[in-house]
Structure formats: structure tokens, C-alpha cells
Design a protein around this ligand. Sequence first.
Ligand code: HEC
Length: 123
Amino acid sequence: MIALFVAAAVAQAQSPSPAPVASGAGAQEIFEQKCKFCHGEDGKGKTKKGKLYKVPDFTSKKFQKNESDEEIEDAITNGVPKSKMKPFKDKLTPDQIDALAKYVRAFGANTGGARSPRDGRSP
Ligand code: HEC
């Protein structure tokens, strides 16, 4: 078991570049890793940090109407000045940022209080 695990880890460590993610794919994973603790799994920002930092509700009509795709991408790339929204341009590829922008948009299609887009993560 352990040997297998190590082998897998080594195999992963050997892949050189930070594997670019195809548009759309992987966005949920990145969001869960890097965005969820502020913005919430459901994008509403009703997390402890979200309330503290006053994050916007991605599912609100107002947010979706006021923000252009460019603004969303710019916010993820360069951050929002004087806020806790930090730039991610050194941490994510442009493809990943593009995918995340679409993911943020997708929250707007989900305003009926539905559960998060994909919940099929049972072990
Ligand atoms: C440390 C908490 C934190 C994390 C982590 C975080 N954000 Fe934010 N985010 C904020 C805050 C606070 C704002 C509101 C900024 C403002 O407009 O004052 C914000 C705003 C935004 C906006 C709207 C920008 C605008 O123009 O109003 C987008 C889009 C966004 N975040 C996406 C993301 C994505 C995608 C990630 C993960 C890669 C992420 N955020 C991670 C705190 C965070």
C-alpha cells in the first residue's frame, strides 16, 4: 500500500509543469481549495471569513448584473485593491482563471437555493 502510494507521489512529482486545466474542467476543485473558505461552497460568501471580509454573494442577481466577465477575471487575476481578495495570477494559469470566472458565473444560474452544482463526491 505505502509503496504504491509513494510510487504515485513520485510519478506526480515528476510531471514538470503545473498541469494547465482545460477550460471549465477542474474549476470546482480549485474553487474548493482556494476560494471556498471565503466565498463558500455555494458562492454566497456566508462563511465566517466571508462575513468578516464582506465577500459578495455570487448567486445574487445584482452581483451577476453588475460584474462583467472581464471584471470577474480581473478580480481573480489582480485581486481587488484594499480588500482581502488577493491576486491569483501567480498561483493559477490563465486557463484556470478563465475556468474559475465561468464557475463564478455559473452560481448566477443557481439562484433558487439549490445545492452546489456537483455533489457526487461520495467516497
Ligand atoms: C481571503 C478571502 C478570499 C479568498 C480566499 C478569495 N476571495 Fe474573492 N473576494 C474576497 C473579498 C473580500 C471580495 C470583495 C472585494 C471587494 O469588492 O471589496 C472578493 C471578491 C471576489 C470577486 C468579485 C470581484 C468584484 O469585482 O467585486 C470575485 C469574482 C472573486 N472574489 C473570486 C474569487 C475566486 C475565484 C477565488 C479563488 C481563486 C477567491 N475569490 C478567493 C475574498 C476572498
